[in-house]
Design a protein around this ligand. Structure first.
Ligand code: DNO
Length: 349
């Protein structure tokens, strides 16, 4: 595995200098943040990012995310311009040495939680998704805003977007995804870049919007849309694993054997009786997932892709971007390192 860590750029309170001090840290996962969704990233911005990362002694080879413009997901006539821009971004990132691009195809909203600061029994706080809270939320009227969401929408834009999506069924979304992939995967292949779609988080429809990257059947379908190694997955254990309906262990086994997992987001979640979930510390007993089992499957299959500890809780009084503080993610990295080193040294078959 290549250990990596997400960094939100020069304004991130978690600096590259701090990230570098996490043992075995290799790659920085980042993006150009000052360009509107759908536009081309300048070569200068990409170079500047690469330079900062390399000056800190780390490797610049993973992007999360190059966001997909809503017109592409909606299949509007204007999508071709945005797809051409996307292709150009892939080329430019490939030229700069990027090997993996993480993106998602979730309509309007990226990852969704109902509370960002739920105090857990140990006094830390974490992101949670409570079904009863979600039922009371209305993005069109409430003041809802989550760190993963594009904050540039005004309420009027959101209403218009929801109206447009009311004509997009799941099947239509599949068609639009296929159209996008058929255009970008050949460019990724030429550019030496692996595309790695992030699953929908949570993996079910929310607010009446369709979501399709949710389960084994749909991931199988996704991989066949364009059957190329460059058309791969970001396997996020917390997203796919927050429902017992997904057997993430057999999925990881199958997709890593196929060489289609390029990026692993490893984190733990505690699934509650009503299907709600709380994000928990990486250590297995803190949640519902068996993290050493996940790492063992990857290890057995000779996984050489990128792995990053995903969301952390806020601990030791840290404040900052929900899910993306330093301390708990660093503990997660150390835990993953410990498991991997043990597997490397003592579990060879
Ligand atoms: C959440 C992240 C996601 C991910 C995007 C990829 O913390 O894993 O926001 O970056 O879905 O496009």
């Amino acid at each position: 595995m290549k250990l990596s860590f997400r960094w939100y750029g020069a304004h991130d309170p978690v600096t590259l200098e701090k990230i570098r001090q996490i043992p075995n840290m290799r790659s920085i996962v980042t993006a150009v943040y000052d360009v509107p969704v759908g536009e081309v990233w300048s070569r200068e911005s990409i170079q500047a990012l690469k330079q900062q990362v390399e000056d800190a002694g780390l490797v610049f080879d993973v992007i999360e995310s190059v966001p997909v413009h809503e017109d592409i997901k909606l299949g509007k006539p204007t999508r071709d311009r945005y797809i051409a821009n996307y292709q150009e971004n892939i080329r430019r990132l490939g030229e700069a040495g990027v090997k993996c691009i993480c993106y998602n195809f979730m309509p309007v909203f990226d990852w969704t939680r109902t509370q960002l600061d739920k105090v857990l029994a140990d006094g830390s706080n974490a992101l949670v998704y409570y079904k009863d809270q979600l039922e009371k939320m209305d993005p069109l009227t409430g003041e809802l805003s989550l760190p993963g969401w594009d904050s540039s929408y005004r309420k009027e834009d959101l209403k218009a977007l929801f109206e447009e999506y009311s004509h997009v069924s799941e099947e239509k979304l599949w068609e639009n995804l296929q159209y996008f992939l058929e255009a970008v995967i050949p460019v990724a292949e030429e550019s030496g870049v692996n595309m790695a779609i992030h699953p929908d988080d949570p993996p079910w429809n929310i607010f009446g919007l369709p979501r399709i990257i949710t389960c084994k059947e749909n991931l199988d379908r996704f991989l066949k849309l364009v059957d190329s190694p460059a058309n791969g997955l970001t396997f996020c254990t917390g997203s796919l694993g927050c429902t017992k309906a997904n057997d993430i262990y057999s999925m990881i086994d199958e997709y890593s054997k196929m060489g289609r997992i390029h990026f692993m987001h490893v984190r733990n979640v505690k699934i509650l009786d009503d299907g709600s979930f709380e994000e928990s510390a990486h250590f297995s007993a803190c949640g519902s997932l068996d993290i050493p089992r996940i790492m063992k499957i990857l290890h057995d299959n000779g996984f050489t892709g990128y792995v990053r500890p995903d969301h952390g809780r806020m601990i030791w009084g840290e404040t900052g971007r929900a899910g993306y503080g330093l301390y708990d993610r660093a503990l997660g990295a150390a835990y993953l390192n410990g498991i991997w080193e043990t597997l490397d040294k003592y579990a060879k078959e």
